[in-house]
Design a protein around this ligand. Sequence first.
Ligand SMILES: Cc1cc2nc3c(=O)[nH]c(=O)nc-3n(C[C@H](O)[C@H](O)[C@H](O)COP(=O)(O)OP(=O)(O)OC[C@H]3O[C@@H](n4cnc5c(N)ncnc54)[C@H](O)[C@@H]3O)c2cc1C
Length: 617
Amino acid sequence: MTPQLRREKCDVLVVGSGGAGLRAAIAADEKIGNNGRVILATKGKIGYSGVTAVACSDRMAFHATLPFTEPATEDTWFYHAEDIYEIGGKVSDAHLARILATKSAEAYNFLDSIGVPFVKNEEGYPHQFVTDGSDYARACYTGPRTAVNIEEKLVEYFQNTGVDSLENCTVFRLLVSHGEICGALALVEEEPGHEEFIAIETGAVIMATGGGGEIYAENVFPRGNSGDAFTSSYLVGAELVNMEFLQIGIASLATKLNCSGSMMRAIPRFVNDAGEEFVFKYFPEGTAPMEIYNTMFQKGATWPLTYEKETHKFDIAVYKERRAGRKVYLDYTTNPTGFDFNKLDPDLQRRYQNEMKFDLGKERRENSPADRLQEINTESIKWLQEKGIDPVAGDWVEIGSCSQHFQGGIKINSRGETSVKGLYAAGECAGGQHGANRPGGNALLDGQVFGRICGEQAAFKALKKDHPDAGTNPDNALQEEIAAVDHRRGLPAKEVREKVQQLMSWSASVVRTGEGLDEGLEQLKELWLQGVSKDENGITYALETRAMFPLAEMILKAARERDESRGPHLRFQRYEDNISLPHKDPDWQQYLVFRRGSDGNMKMERREPVRDYYYED
Ligand SMILES: Cc1cc2nc3c(=O)[nH]c(=O)nc-3n(C[C@H](O)[C@H](O)[C@H](O)COP(=O)(O)OP(=O)(O)OC[C@H]3O[C@@H](n4cnc5c(N)ncnc54)[C@H](O)[C@@H]3O)c2cc1C
């Protein structure tokens, strides 16, 4: 029996309450005012769900090109846009990079005006530093909790708008009529078994649903970032782009702390559960230990895996050890074999000195990674201690290769429009604005810039009040969705999800080979044929799990097609190799676009990105 369907109507529906969703809702509300209704629907509670609300790392960055930002010339924006596009590997749309750069000051000023506590100098200008992937200091910050501080202030501002909210609410299907958005199906489920289905009729939906890291077994995403919106957008005809590119890096499995920055610069031992210091095996035979430790130090500034930096050897080492069934740890109690602090590259030693917050003395610095970590970043130690791991007392930090950010996503143009009329995308779920690498600090910026653009554009469209009627569309769609996860057919959702996550973490993570990706695709197909059935975790969980399939398929197929290495996509001829295939330039300075064909099959097309910063679409 199909359950009751509550009906709601609004002019703009925003999906997601991270930085992008909140900014989009605020902008839509400002434009629509009393002439219409904006709803924000989100999984979990507003201010507590999504990456923006919880992410924390060494020093989180928000990139902005301000009037005084280096190099402080008339066209300073150009250097910012160039970093996004060039360091991105020339596989993104250059005009979207220009929009990010030129609108970054406005985005910063808005956040500053609502009280985000950016660190400032005596004159009141924000302090800016250099992040990975940039030549100039343009990263504004509040500290390790920049994202959380942004979320908190946006929530405060949002609460004074006229936007209606639906919490614990998953938007699991979009509704279209004649190729245009006419509504969405949502599901409020506070706990498994207590569910309410809602049909929301609207002509404008803004997806601001973040990345889909949960489709990997090893990830640093919070619960709920399962990627279902990539799939629901794909299923109604939206194009998706750059799906093979996602940030993967070494992180603590128990606490989800990225082991970047000082966690590497303290030079810990990388050990497996047999007590072996294994990194030597993954560097060419005869590499001097101090060469390895110089690279380890540099790994601090190039946290996500990237082909363009030698530091990816550590990612390969961690991934392969785990793949071989061994647990892997960082040990801060003892210096790694052959390490001599005084033989670190002099530039790196200077950098270390600059980062020292206090001085524990030469002897302790030379002899103990834990003491070095204390000297340069006590916050990381505190964070771990609060979560029950004490590297100073001798606890080893268990690590894995965790997914952290999706560079690709639902393809947008300069107005945040997707290829489906009435559907917009902002923030991490959107694609085309970032390439293979995403220079640090530009994801938080992205959510603010395109969140605002989408909110305004969706409001303009909504005010025309000319979208098609949803008719009986919602009832039929609901019946289909419920039947698809019927508990009498298929494998329990939990079992399916774990299998999908595992196959993604093996086939489409750090080491990608043609054979491994084919195997991944084959396993995915077999699982799909068995079906997903609702289990004790409830219907939201089952629908999310089912939606993981097209998303996983796009990532696997894009990674299979791209027979070169670029950014975080390391392609190997054979699994045994420790050196990946090179760039294929200019051939592969192109992106892969997915869409659902009229026959219902997945189509993949290789396309030329927009190269012109001034292109108008
Ligand atoms: C540890 C870590 C460190 C990072 N450091 C930086 C940094 O220093 N600088 C930087 O720029 N970026 C950084 N990033 C990336 C950046 O934080 C994220 O890309 C950004 O916060 C994403 O914002 P968002 O609004 O797009 O998505 P999110 O904040 O993830 O919000 C997504 C929202 O959508 C909701 N949702 C998802 N699916 C549905 C659905 N079907 N129905 C309803 N709601 C749904 C979620 O519940 C959530 O509310 C970091 C990320 C991590 C994990």
